[in-house]
Design a protein around this ligand. Structure first.
Ligand code: ADP
Length: 464
């Protein structure tokens, strides 16, 4: 069953239920009021009738109908004595050929009953009368319920007609309004199908009123997801192309050098170095890919232990100075003694990734500054360079997997695979820290890492 039909049915059922309860209450109330009125009229008729009645010693009654007692056509009465003889009656009732209410005669106490006789629906009050302690008979007074029934039926008819009309109206309104509200969902489904059929992630679902209501928000969210998917897809495609290229170049170089050595019949030093360099590059690429895959699937284990961050930074600093050679200067400007709780190898990798990037991208003669200092209860490591900076359009993406700024991609000899920063980001995050970047084109780049400082647990006090 479609959502539209379901909503329409639910809405109509709810409206119908409310109307039924409401109509039932009105009917019960009016019915009760009408009966109360009739019963009150019967009681006051009774009171007027018996006022001033005389009972002879033999039990005979002298009915005295006072002038103000004006029995209408709609009120009937009968008096039956204890021997079930009809002693007196209002005109015409004799035609009934019996008691107004036989069961009322037997009741032996005051009773109101509905009787359906030949003359129609009657409401009958039966009252047993006594003279002193002696029962003398039963007086029955009846009212014609014709008008009451007509009123009740008219009310019932009105309620049923109103109920049916309201149901039709409610169902139509629900059908139309849910149709209008759900129409964009149809458009979303159609667009989603088009997108998946055409394999075209660049399409977006048109949103007439962005974010205005739930459906608008759904469209926005869907378009955002498509945007993310498109970005991921593009970067993966780019990555595949890059990786194939990166793999082919060293393999071609290796093969060329091997052929050369075979031709000249001896191992040539230059060729061997070139082969080694390319093999290192391949190893790095495979290592990065493996790490990224492990981090992605949450299977990269971290071995936490208290760690002297200053010692680690010093170690990396020395290694990186060798990497920079005379090309540029690497300086350690500040180093505090700080302990963190972390995985030594992984944190070393973060430092190497950031510092080697700074060295890689900073042109000859530039400078790279490193520092480690305590900021509140965090250790802050800064890697700053005087390189070309990162264009503002690339800055929000550099921590994404496989992302490489356009300039670095074209200078493929310098650039890596776009995995270094995303791995660093993952590692720092999983140490409860954060990594920030500040960069502007032509003004160099600064990376800041914040890691929680390790506080050794307090030793228990020594007792004698
Ligand atoms: P890559 O292996 O390409 O260096 P990274 O993930 O380490 O990948 O860096 C992503 C991109 O960020 C790089 O391609 C480069 O464009 C940019 N980048 C990173 N560090 C620097 C830096 N110090 N100076 C300029 N650009 C940088």
């Amino acid at each position: 069953m479609s959502l539209r039909v379901r909503l329409t049915l639910q809405y109509s059922a709810l409206t119908g239920g409310i109307l039924l309860i409401f109509g039932g209450l009105i009917f019960a109330l009016v019915n009760g009021l009408l009966y109360t009125q009739v019963d009150n009229a019967l009681l006051s008729t009774y009171n007027e009738m018996v006022t001033g009645w005389r009972v002879a010693p033999d039990g005979a009654i002298n009915p005295k109908i006072t002038p103000k007692f004006n029995l209408s056509e709609n009120i009937y009465y009968q008096f039956w004595d204890t021997h079930d003889l009809l002693r007196f009656t209002s005109p015409g009732v004799r035609l009934l050929g019996g008691s107004l209410d036989q069961a009322g005669l037997q009741a032996g106490h005051n009773i109101f009953r509905d009787v359906y006789a030949a003359v129609g629906h009657l409401r009958v009050l039966s009252v047993p009368l006594e003279a002193g302690e002696r029962p003398i008979g039963t007086l029955q007074i009846a009212a014609d319920m014709g008008i009451v029934d007509t009123t009740r039926n008219a009310l019932l008819f009105g309620i049923v007609v109103t109920f049916l009309a309201s149901m039709v109206f409610a169902a139509s309104v629900a059908w139309l309004s849910t149709g209008r509200a759900l129409a964009p969902l149809g458009a979303i489904t159609a667009s989603a199908l088009k997108i998946s059929r055409a394999d075209d992630l660049s399409r977006r679902i048109p949103n007439p009123v962005p974010g205005d209501d739930e459906v608008g928000q759904l469209i926005d969210a869907f378009n955002d997801t498509l945007g993310r998917l498109e970005q991921l897809f593009t970067s993966q495609q780019r990555f595949l192309a890059d990786v194939s290229h990166e793999l082919r170049t060293p393999l071609t170089v290796i093969k060329g050098n091997v052929n050369l050595m075979r031709r000249i019949g001896q191992a040539d030093d230059e060729s061997l170095s070139s082969i080694e360099e390319e093999a290192d590059r391949l190893t790095r690429l495979v290592g990065d890919l493996l790490l990224e895959a492990q981090a992605e699937t949450g299977r990269l284990p971290l071995n936490f232990a208290p760690l002297e961050m200053d010692t680690l930074l010093l170690e990396v600093f020395k290694e990186m100075r060798v990497l920079a050679r005379d090309r540029l200067t690497v300086k350690l400007t500040e180093i505090d003694q700080i302990q963190v709780n972390g995985d030594r190898d992984r944190l070393k990798q973060v430092l190497i990734n950031l510092i080697s990037n700074a060295i890689k991208y900073t042109p000859n003669g530039g400078e790279v500054y490193l520092s480690l200092s305590r900021v509140g209860d965090t250790a802050r490591i800064i890697v700053r360079d005087t390189g070309p900076g990162i264009p503002s359009e690339d800055l929000p993406h550099i921590f994404e997997r496989f992302y490489r700024a356009e300039k670095s991609r074209t200078r493929s000899k310098v650039g890596g695979f776009g995995l270094g920063l995303s791995i660093a980001f993952w590692i720092v995050n999983n140490h409860g820290g954060k990594i920030e970047v500040d960069s502007a084109e032509g003004k160099g780049t600064t990376f800041c890492i914040y890691l929680p400082i390790y506080n050794p647990p307090a030793m228990p006090p020594v007792t004698d």
